[in-house]
Design a protein around this ligand. Structure first.
Ligand SMILES: *Cc1c(COP(=O)(O)O)cnc(C)c1O
Length: 415
């Protein structure tokens, strides 16, 4: 559920008319709804109520500082996957103890910053990473709390590009190889065992994969217990899906109930790392139809937002809902909604039925996750503006780039 709804045939973001916001801030424009974010965060909190837990918002889904700050104010911790993301959450004053660091290729510099900052947990993804971390801690004479990200070999039943928990994926440590590595950590003078972690994929629309993964993590938990190694948390990762089209993902409550049921009375904290489920439906991308181009084989609705603004359709062939910002009685036309970029894959949607004319506004729903965070300057297009709506107030949380921003880091050689 979100707060982008029609009233009298006009699309609203909470209490504000989307068309008026587009007029004021220009297009392409990302609009986020604060009430939706609050609602999603509460849903996760309620799902974990009564149990020690940490909700680590996966920063890569949308890393805007104001959104991070909002998440922090609602009690979230953070899952980061790079030094840049770690610095972003430190920038908004996140409590280091509530930051966890994931990622298959953390550099020495990144691990050093994580150790010096004293973050809550480093999710280690390979034996050589563990060795490097051990060396860094010894040099700095500082401890580090660690979880191993294990690969439970579970099929997340999602798009292959966003499936991460299979043996053939680059992520994590094979679960049957984890025990000796935990013994290695327990014997290290600086490293501390903190948790068992996994993240098996994204846009999961059933409970079955996470339930299966949880069982495998708990099996390892039992082996560690027998070996006298104490684990303080189980981290089931992110990956809960959202409705883009007709998917029917479980609610956070049902999804986590499947996890909690299996964890039972064990004395462990439960961590989750939701990204998409937190922000996808809290954001829309608004664009303007520039031209309607009718050809012998197809109609094209050419809009002013492209794959540089929102790459999910081009990258994963994702279906995203495109709607009119003002419903009208005009005739619906079957068309491809495409951007201005010089790539045939630059599209937002194929074969859509829209009543749209040049100058009309369209909104792509579900654009809050992996939209702006994957945006680029390709074709020397400026990154779009982002605004946050709260009731009848709208505030810029990222201004549209200036053209001079496009070349600000370049050196012009004097030829
Ligand atoms: C991307 C990612 C997440 C978030 O995934 P969503 O599908 O957006 O919930 C969580 N944990 C890790 C390690 C990730 O890489």
């Amino acid at each position: 559920m979100d707060y982008f709804n029609y009233k009298n045939d006009e699309l609203y973001a909470e209490d504000l008319k989307v068309s008026a916001l587009a007029e004021q801030f220009g297009t392409p424009l990302y609009i986020y709804s604060k009430a939706t974010l609050v609602r999603h965060m509460r849903a996760f909190e309620e799902a974990l109520a009564g149990r020690k837990h940490l909700i680590c918002y996966a920063v890569k889904a949308n890393a805007n500082l104001s959104l991070l700050s909002l998440m922090k104010s609602l009690g979230a911790g953070f899952d980061v996957v790079s030094e840049g993301e770690l610095r972003r959450v430190l920038q908004i004053g996140a409590d280091p103890a509530r930051i966890i660091f994931s990622g298959v290729g953390k550099s020495r510099a990144e691990l050093t910053l994580a150790v010096n900052t004293g973050i809550g947990c480093i999710n280690v993804e390979s034996e050589p990473e563990l060795e490097l971390l051990s060396q860094i801690c010894a040099e700095l004479k500082k401890p580090a709390r660690i979880a191993l990200r294990v690969n439970p070999d579970v099929d997340a039943k999602t798009h292959p590009s966003i499936s991460t928990g299979l043996k053939s994926n680059k992520f994590g440590i094979a679960i049957d190889a984890a025990l000796p590595l935990y013994q290695r950590i327990a014997a290290d003078p600086y490293l501390q065992v903190s948790g068992i972690d996994c993240h098996i994929g994204s846009q999961m629309t059933s409970n079955a994969p996470i339930a299966e993964a949880t069982e495998k993590l708990l099996n390892l938990y039992g082996q560690l217990e027998e070996a006298g190694i104490n684990v303080d948390h189980i981290d089931v990762g992110g990956g809960l899906g959202v409705t883009y089209n007709d998917e029917t993902p479980p609610s956070p409550y049902d999804y986590l109930a499947a996890v909690l049921k299996r964890v039972g009375q064990r004395e462990v904290s439960v961590y989750v790392e939701p990204g998409r489920a937190m922000v996808a439906n809290a954001g829309i991308l608004v664009c303007e139809a520039l031209y309607i181009k009718k050809t012998a084989v197809k109609n094209f609705c050419i809009v002013d937002a492209g794959m540089n603004d929102l790459i999910r359709p081009a990258l994963y062939n994702s279906w995203m809902n495109i709607i009119e910002c003002r419903k009208n009685q005009g005739e619906k036309m079957l068309c491809d909604v495409v951007g201005p970029i010089c790539e045939s894959d630059d599209f937002l949607g194929h074969d859509r039925k829209l009543a749209v004319q040049a100058g009309d506004l369209l909104a792509v729903r579900g654009a809050g996750a992996y939209g702006m965070s994957m945006a680029s300057n390709y074709n020397a297009r400026r990154l779009p503006c982002e605004i946050l709506v709260d009731g009848d107030k709208a505030q810029v949380i990222r201004r549209r780039q200036d053209f001079a921003d496009l070349w600000a880091q370049e050196e012009l050689l004097p030829f």
